[in-house]
Design a protein around this ligand. Sequence first.
Ligand code: C2O
Ligand code: CU
Ligand code: CU
Length: 478
Amino acid sequence: NRRQFLAAVALSGFASACGSGAMSDPAAFRTELRVPPLLVPKVDKDGTRRFALTMQRGRSEILPGKPVETWGFNGPHLGPTIRVARGDRVRMAVTNRLDEASTVHWHGMRLPAKMDGGPHQMIEPGGTWSPHWTIDQPAATSWYHPHPHGATAEHVYRGLAGMFIIDDPAETELPAKYGIDDVPLILQDKNLAEDGSPTGDPLDGTFGILGEHMLVNGTHAPFLNVRTERVRFRILNGSNARMYHLAFADRRAFHVVGGDAGLLPAPVQVEQVSLTPGERVEVVAAFTAGEQVLLRTLSGSDDIDEGDFDLLKIVAAPRLAASPRLPSRLAGAPAPIAVPPNARVRRFQLNGHDAINRKEMDLSRIDEVVPAGATEIWEIENTVYAHNFHIHEVAFQVLDVDGEKPPAYGSGHKDTVYVPPKSTVRLAVRFGRFTDPATPYMYHCHILRHEDSGMMGQFVIVEPGTENQVPRTIATDH
Ligand code: C2O
Ligand code: CU
Ligand code: CU
């Protein structure tokens, strides 16, 4: 154990716990990882589960001993984890106790457009918004965050984000004891002033914030005590712009079991996974009694992934409880999306940092009209530097990136995908059954600075055959 620990220290190389570029010192990871509490619903007589979220300002210590203003849901920073099962009827009460209007978007959720929480569902200060829907999608790790047009970057950077876990009775035996062997990791980077408060303009420069301080669940330089042989991590890139290339310091292998929108058909063994903003990955990692190892991000060459940083120190207890064996096939994984031979192809070109197909986002313009139930090919061409692409409401699979198949771990159902500089990504997109020709869903780059400045478009899902009758302009009160 001691040998492994020293190996981990030696391998920590130039990674740094807090952005100074100094050698990483595992001893610096001494704040226990905060695990967002599970939000307990009230259950109505008819079984509806009611969840209450309040957006509020508060004070928290990002750096120990330095309380600063942060924003959160039901607390000073980030938000509780919502956990539901397929088939549940849910009703949210989202109250805005900020001084400005905002929204809450359920990223990854399949639901009617009016419940989506995009920029058309603004909640004024003091107001409460009560969307409701039935959970009808495979097991997945989703999340929630504000989506007010032009201010998403700021609201998320201040701390508004939370996990939204969907269980499925069909799901395989994977570790599922929340906070014990099923642990959410919300990765975010910040720039911090002397007094510990987040600084920087999230709408500045080409990408907005690329922070030098790494937070996991809002915890700076955290450690996590592990008491089981295997741990499932549900990892969310909740950063404004940063891309992570995650690996353990000793480069041990681990298994990816799920992506944004569901489990993979089988675990995929990797030594490294990449995540752009908004993407999630579920992994299962194995630990040996008594060892310590750092989880880190490695720098890349795409502007949004500069710098090696250690993120989390994992400390395995001297005795570990046995974990279920990792199944070779993952029950509950969604079936592959079949593309019909006559599938419609839509092309999207990402221009600069603020436009798609040369148009900036316009809340009153419907850009695309899609018939319900369609499976289409969406082709995303990036003419410049790093972007990604997120589509509300749907699940998609990556067909290819510049003609090449995606890595196995990225080939499952997703809702957000990296679009590397000067490349083209083709997606097989399956659209749902919900129809509301007057309320659009969004598609956009999830680098929040880009989304806020207009790299976003709107689509509606309509009754097949009515595409031409749908108004292309809608009234907006914002
Ligand atoms: Cu994470 Cu349009 O959203
Ligand atoms: Cu979304
Ligand atoms: Cu972008």
